[in-house]
Write a protein that binds this ligand. Structure first.
Ligand SMILES: [Zn+2]
Length: 427
């Protein structure tokens, strides 16, 4: 009883904070500085501790990684809320370590580094840097103008009316070969993801001709252009789209990953418009997710590999995410993969990626790709790192991440050709 009363008092205390203080996510709308913001790490060792973290008031916290048993859970907090968070963690017997002491310092360093690279490259596009959305679009258009088998397609517009650009590499035309879809930047702040997608385009263009003679490639480097540009111009750690669904508090944006229409709103996402995990008013409410759905469904089952790229944690996430049960074709799916799949991408020379088997993870986009679009090789990937820099990964990492990710794509591409080699003659 005493414990229950204590718990209730604690929640009353939290509620008083909710109504007296500006939340961390509201601050994202108006305040552009992370001065004194910290990131702390805890590793829950019991399911109760996981539940405890899930139930912390998200208004004051920004979960950089999601709570899970024996996982690194990284939480950003503003200076005002830090002491209370420390008390909360102590209450749950969760020992924390401070992994970033001043987020703004790293944001400033990143800005300076990007400026330096711009000067070195005399303003020209560099694969070794992070770019604003218009620069990326101009680069994709340049590739389409200069390389015969490359074209760009506007697959629709974002909430704010920006064009969503897919780059297609199809030798002798699209649609008569098994196809690969890779997208980046569904979450705005995960800058390594669009940069890696751009890197992959260049790997494909410079690879053995087999890769383009046997397969069609579709790339959407920036899935969420409004959010992505917002991270460049205003708020570096914005995650969602920029849509507005009549929030009384003025909160904006939907988590596009959680907006996909496959087991939508069945847990692991939020109905609160101010939360970073807001799933939207209905499945595919966001023009960005609807545009991707329409493009993929119009490929008439030719897409055999879907990869939805995120950061960070160095994980390859297999379906299903919405349940711990494996998909019906799981054994068939796994046995179709060459043995090297298990080893090669895992034992890359520089870092390790861990394959996460079906395990209630948060992969709505690739679950939809497998469950609804019928794409047999559907993955989500969490790129580097494991938390030293988190979302603020220096641009010097683009090359190694690009190279190791290409190894993964190559392995899957070869598995697809092995599995669907009769494909092109059949259709
Ligand atoms: Zn993400």
């Amino acid at each position: 009883m005493a414990q229950l009363v204590g718990k209730m008092l604690r929640h009353l205390l939290l509620l008083s904070y909710i109504y007296s203080a500006q939340s961390i996510h509201d601050q994202y709308i108006t305040v552009d500085s992370y001065l004194g913001y910290k990131v702390v790490r805890v590793i829950p060792k019991t399911q109760e501790q996981v539940e405890f973290l899930i139930n912390l008031p998200e208004q004051f916290l920004d979960f950089w990684t999601e709570p899970g048993l024996y996982r690194n859970v990284d939480i950003m907090t503003n200076p005002e809320w830090f002491d209370d968070l420390a008390k909360e963690l102590e209450f749950a017997q969760l020992t924390y370590s401070e992994i970033i002491t001043d987020v703004q310092k790293i944001v400033d360093e990143e800005k300076m580094e990007l400026e330096r690279i711009k000067i070195v490259n005399e303003g020209n596009f560099s694969l070794f840097s992070y770019h604003e959305y218009p620069e990326i679009v101009a680069h994709l258009e340049f590739l389409a103008e200069t390389i015969p088998e490359v074209e760009v397609e506007i697959i629709g517009q974002s909430w704010e009316g920006q064009e969503m650009v897919v780059l297609k590499i199809c030798k002798n035309g699209c649609g008569n070969k098994p196809a690969i879809w890779i997208d980046g930047g569904i979450h705005a702040r995960e800058w390594i993801s669009p940069a890696t997608t751009l890197w992959t385009i260049h790997e494909v263009l410079n690879a053995d001709p087999w890769f383009t003679e046997s397969l069609d490639w579709y790339f959407l480097p920036v899935f969420n252009p409004d959010g992505y540009q917002f991270t460049h111009e205003h708020t570096r750690l914005w995650r969602k789209t920029r849509s507005f669904h009549n929030s009384l508090l003025g909160c904006r944006g939907t988590d596009a990953n959680r907006n996909f229409g496959y087991h939508w709103n069945e847990g692991g996402s939020s109905g609160d418009k101010c939360f970073d995990t807001y799933h939207g008013p209905e499945a595919f409410s966001e023009p960005e997710t609807a545009n991707v759905r329409d493009f993929i469904m119009a490929r008439n089952g030719t897409v055999k590999y879907y990869n939805n790229m995120h950061s960070y944690s160095q994980l390859v996430l297999l379906s299903w995410g919405y349940t711990t049960d494996p998909p019906p074709n799981y054994m068939e799916f796994v046995s179709n993969l060459p043995c090297s799949f298990y080893h090669k991408p895992m034992a890359l020379p520089i870092v390790q990626y861990v394959i996460s088997l079906p395990s209630n993870s948060t992969i709505w986009a690739s679950d939809w790709a497998l469950g609804e679009a019928g794409i047999p090789f559907s993955f989500s990937m969490e790129l580097r790192d494991t938390g030293k820099h988190g979302f603020l990964l220096p641009p010097s990492f683009i090359e190694p991440v690009g190279k190791e990710t290409w190894e993964f794509h190559k392995t899957v591409a070869m598995a697809i050709l092995e599995e669907y080699k009769q494909f092109s003659t059949e259709i």
